[in-house]
Design a protein around this ligand. Structure first.
Ligand SMILES: NC(=O)c1ccc[n+]([C@@H]2O[C@H](COP(=O)([O-])OP(=O)(O)OC[C@H]3O[C@@H](n4cnc5c(N)ncnc54)[C@H](O)[C@@H]3O)[C@@H](O)[C@H]2O)c1
Length: 715
């Protein structure tokens, strides 16, 4: 044994070859944390002292190689004063450099995921051999940060700046064939051949067949381009990166700039440039939001795992109603491997549901993501039916018939008679209280909400709603089923609108009030899109369906009259009454015409503009910041209320729900992170300025207390 640590060990194999193995004790994966860095340092020092050492093979003892840096430790690090933070990164880079400088050839055998710091470790080796099952890449920009362990220095020197900018600026994982084509790895082999192939390559570097020193030298010198080539490459590269990333995401362009600035320098100077860029991004609100979101995701994932552990797998499912949602649910269930029965009352409904599923699958086949045979298998695992035959086999039945209490009561009670006593019944209602829907049921404990979003195959979120009588077993099984379907469930408590719609409709109410005050809805859309929303509120209403929105708003007004009932006729109501339902009938706030690919294309509509002008009671002067405030305050205060009332169980769930359910801008991290970043005090002051607009703009008692005490939701 050359070195034995808790995360890294080094031992001799044969012929002077040492194996440096990452295998962190007590963990299921390897990651770069302080312990691993320290171990790597010690192991490298020990290797350097071995006189008979001829080469080093770098391996992992886990199914992954190294997943990346330990994000938990990172967030604490980011809070350090600038110089301390830089000092820490400089020290870490020293370890990587010392490893790279070992006087013998080094080869990484990449058996699984090697991302971020994990791939930077591979780049510090002379050669890289990759298993056909592995993935490599530098995903740091997705967390709003810059690679920090030499990624922006070594990658452009290994694969050229054009490719390196693309890899680092998209942050995408690279599959083996792409990594090999770009030169990020030297060979791709079957998993069982990996060690043998890596040792073979190492042997050839030792015996001089391959000139590892020349290889290594390229990483120690400036990028091999003359001044003009360098300028051309980075000017075009940066323009492309900037365009793809947009203004709200500073990290991709910073990574490209780090490469540009370090390109003409030797390794050690180049690393200093990277450290500057790393420290700059680490302190941005975008990085805080994106890293926070990543941690929220992990918290939610762990909690969902606990639920899942309490449930058996769902082997067979059923859905009632083969409409937009029922068809989507059937497709998603079958596609992800849970066979499903799809019942409707009319053949026409069933045909529609099946044709939707067929269309989605055909698209996958066209894109080469699925074979015709697989498509056939998925389709045959959706069984359309007009009766309850086979329902006694279903573990979960999802009801997705029309949004009407009477119809739902009748359908649910009838269905309950045809399913097993232990089967779970769930409703995809978007507004009706789960406790109320459970009223006629014999087994209300086996009933809950399972709220999918439209379109089901695209939207990641499922709200699992617990009614008054819903049992833990029921929640657990539905969480399990949602996860099996590839969705992210969030368990919430019952109330009108549940969580996502409950906070979305106050946002729409804020919009209606602004149009009433004479603000052009096209401007509101533009401002909110600039804020980072995927689409402005008018456009979003058109996509959701103004009729659907109108009915949901009625439910919300009944549930929360103090803030959702209003005494004027808003623009959305006028649109609804004029049968302008949005995209579904081609006309709403905008007009929609199908383009050549059959996608609805949005254009302005004179009548909509006139309707908005007619319903304006005044014409106020307003800044863009005020538009954002008038839209965001109602959404934020309603989120705060949901937290106070335990509709969502924690701030992490609330922000995750908003990101996944309505596309809240990721670089802002969610509504509560948005309040945190502005400060609770500033938020209350901002809301108080709009007190004249009513209760929707009234800060909650708790946020006022937090403002007084200078508290935040997240660390
Ligand atoms: N469309 C959305 O954006 C959306 C989003 C989330 C949730 N939801 C909810 O999902 C549910 C379904 O909405 P949709 O948009 O798919 O409606 P839809 O009108 O497209 O489909 C409803 C289907 O139910 C069928 N049906 C009616 N009575 C039935 C019965 N007794 N047994 C079996 N089938 C019956 C109809 O024939 C129709 O095919 C509603 O509760 C809705 O609120 C809709």
């Amino acid at each position: 044994m050359i070195y034995e640590g808790k995360a890294v060990s080094a031992k001799f194999l044969d012929n002077g070859i040492a194996e440096l193995c990452f295998d962190q004790q007590g963990e299921s994966v390897n990651k770069f944390d302080q312990l691993t860095l320290r171990d790597l340092d010690e192991a490298t020092k020990a290797l350097a002292q071995e006189k008979d050492l001829k080469g080093v093979l770098v391996t992992s003892g886990k199914s992954v190689f190294i997943v990346g840096a330990d994000i938990m430790e990172f967030t604490d690090m980011f809070k350090l004063p600038d110089e301390e933070l830089k000092g820490w990164v400089r020290e870490a880079n020293g370890i990587f450099n010392r490893f790279e400088d070992l006087p013998v050839p080094t080869v990484a055998a990449i058996n699984g995921i090697a991302l971020g710091g994990g791939f930077e470790m591979c780049l510090a080796c002379d050669y890289r051999v990759m298993s056909s099952k592995a993935r490599v890449g530098l995903p740091e920009v997705k967390l709003g940060i810059n690679p920090g362990f030499g990624g922006t220095v070594r990658l452009p020197r290994v694969i050229g700046p054009d490719n390196a900018m693309l890899w680092a600026a998209t942050g995408n994982d690279q599959k083996p064939d792409a990594a090999l084509k770009d030169g990020g790895v030297d060979a791709v082999v079957a998993p069982e051949k990996l060690k043998e192939a890596a040792l073979d390559l190492l042997g050839k570097a030792i015996d001089g067949t391959f000139d590892y020193k020349a290889r290594r030298q390229e990483k120690l010198e400036p990028v091999k381009l003359n001044d003009i080539e360098r300028m051309m490459s980075f000017t075009t590269g940066k323009a492309m990166v900037a365009q793809q990333a947009g203004k709200n995401m500073p990290a991709p362009l910073t990574a490209a700039k780090s490469m540009e600035k370090n390109a003409a320098l030797s390794r050690d100077e180049a690393i200093e440039v990277e450290i500057e860029h790393f420290a700059k991004l680490a302190k941005t609100p975008e990085a805080a939001a994106l890293v926070g979101l990543f941690l929220n995701q992990q918290t939610l994932g762990k909690r969902n795992k606990q639920w899942e552990n309490k449930a058996e797998p769902v082997n067979k499912a059923a859905v009632l109603g083969a409409g937009i949602m029922g068809g989507g649910i059937a497709y998603q269930s079958a596609y992800k491997g849970t066979p499903i029965l799809m019942k409707d009352i009319a053949d026409a409904g069933l045909d529609l549901g099946m044709s939707e599923a067929t269309k989605l699958l055909a698209k996958r086949v066209d894109r080469g993501r699925m074979s015709g045979l697989q498509m056939g298998e998925v389709l045959s695992s959706i069984r359309p039916t007009l009766d309850y035959t086979g329902f006694d086999k279903a573990d979960v039945v999802v009801e997705a018939v029309v949004e009407n209490v009477k119809v739902k009561h009748a359908v649910l009670s009838e269905c309950e008679q045809h399913i097993r006593e232990d089967a779970v019944l769930a409703s995809n209602t978007s507004t009706i209280s789960i406790t109320r829907l459970a009223e006629p049921l014999k087994r209300p404990e086996n009933f809950c909400g399972m709220h999918f979003f439209n379109p089901v195959h695209q939207m990641p979120l499922v709200e699992v709603i617990r009614g008054e009588k819903t049992s833990d077993e029921t929640v657990a099984r539905v969480v399990k089923y949602a996860t099996q379907m590839g969705k992210t469930p969030i368990v919430i408590n019952d109330c009108p609108g549940f969580f996502v719609n409950r906070v979305l409709f106050p946002y729409f109410a804020g919009f209606d009030m602004m149009v009433r005050d004479g603000v052009d809805f096209r401007r509101i859309d533009k401002v909110m899109e600039k804020f980072g929303m995927p689409m402005g509120p008018a456009y979003l209403m058109d996509v959701v369906g103004i009729d659907t929105g109108f009915h949901a708003a009625e439910v919300m007004a009944e549930g929360f009259p103090d803030r959702m009932k209003h005494d004027y006729t808003g623009i959305s109501e006028l649109m609804f009454k004029a049968d302008r339902y949005g995209q579904k009938n081609g006309i709403g706030f905008y007009r929609y015409e199908k383009d050549k690919k059959g996608k609805p294309r949005k254009t302005e509509d004179e009548t909509a503009l006139k309707m908005a002008a007619d319903c304006a009671e005044k014409s106020i002067e307003i800044t863009d910041e005020e538009i954002v405030a008038r839209m965001m305050i109602p959404m934020c205060t309603e989120t705060l209320r949901c937290l106070d009332e335990n509709i969502v169980s924690c701030p992490e769930d609330a922000d995750m729900g908003l990101i996944m359910g309505i596309g809240f801008p990721v670089f802002r991290g969610g509504a509560l992170r948005y309040i945190d970043q502005m400060g609770a005090k500033a938020f209350c002051e901002m809301a108080d300025k709009f007190a004249h607009l009513g209760k929707l703009y009234e800060p909650t008692e708790n946020i006022r207390k937090m403002a007084e005490n200078g508290e935040t939701f997240f660390k």
